[in-house]
Ligand binder design. Structure first.
Ligand SMILES: [Zn+2]
Length: 294
């Protein structure tokens, strides 16, 4: 950096002074968000320039710590931010803190504006037997939720994925239904946190990118469920499968068959439910496809 400054120097003495100053003090970090406005359930990339930290470096979004990605380009560090589907609209503070080479603390701030996703409301009427669940079933649901919540908390160091994510079907199809606010028999229920693909039973399901198979279990809601860990807190999930073609602990490549479409669990017909979690946040899979393609 000081070479550029030295170019403008008029004498040798100030040049030396500037050079020493630049070496001792570093440039303070700056944040760049792309995009800087994100709908509920969307994603953004933050690039942190001048982030050559001597020691501690951390990023917080809305008060929650977000892991910095291992990929760095020179002095620039990168992190992926996921805005949860139910994050209230408004500004979300992004704060980077680090220690400069000279040992001084440095920080940078930016605001990510969360926009209302304006997701449509879906009203459904189902037989009461569908919603009135007995105690053992409720216990089972709670147990399975704990398993998944623990998984979303787990940040595997390093990144398995590379290049753009792809839709989990061939030819790539378009799913729908992310964010639907569901009202079942007049009662508000959890929103729909993935996209659904209506395809015949038995259709091969493909890994949307390289990953480690984190979970293959039969759950009450998701039926035969598969979760892929792409590293650094990013997960994709595949529900209602007829069968699994991979096992937990196995590494898979992007586009590799991992299961077959079915209608297991709570499904009214054969379809694939595809969901994304990033640092716990429930993300629109279409945003993952779009952002990683850029
Ligand atoms: Zn679904």
């Amino acid at each position: 950096m000081w070479y550029a400054r030295a170019f403008f120097c008029w004498s040798a003495l100030p040049c030396l002074f500037l050079a020493v100053g630049a070496f001792a003090e570093d440039e303070p970090p700056t944040l760049h968000l792309a995009p800087d406005r994100v709908k509920q359930g969307g994603m953004a990339v933050v690039r942190i320039a001048g982030a050559a930290a001597a020691g501690m470096a951390r990023l917080r979004v809305g008060g929650r710590e977000i892991p910095l990605a291992s990929s760095t380009t020179g002095e620039t560090r990168v992190a992926w931010i996921g805005v949860d589907l139910e994050q209230p609209p408004g500004p979300l503070e992004v704060v980077f803190e680090s220690t400069m080479r000279a040992g001084r603390p440095a920080s940078a701030r930016a605001a990510l504006l969360v926009l209302d996703g304006a997701y449509p409301v879906q009203r459904l009427s189902v037989p009461r037997s569908f919603t009135d669940l007995d105690a053992p079933t409720l216990e089972r649901i709670a147990r399975e939720k704990t398993v998944l919540d623990r998984l979303w908390e787990t940040v595997t160091p390093g990144r398995f994925w590379n290049g753009p994510f792809r839709a989990p079907l061939e030819p790539p199809a378009r799913g729908s239904g992310f964010g639907l606010k569901r009202i079942i028999n007049g009662e508000p229920r959890a929103p729909h946190t993935g996209i659904d693909f209506s395809v015949p039973s038995g259709t091969p399901v493909l890994a949307s990118n390289a990953a480690l198979v984190a979970l293959a279990e039969d759950h009450f809601f998701g039926g035969k469920s598969l979760v892929l860990d792409h590293g650094e807190g990013l997960y994709t999930m595949y529900f209602h499968l007829r069968e699994w073609l991979v096992r937990p602990g196995q590494r898979v490549a992007g586009g590799e068959p991992i299961g077959r479409v079915g209608r297991t669990g709570r499904a009214t017909g054969p379809h694939l439910h595809w969901g994304v979690r990033l640092h716990r946040a429930r993300i629109d899979p279409d945003d993952l496809l779009r952002l990683t393609a850029e």
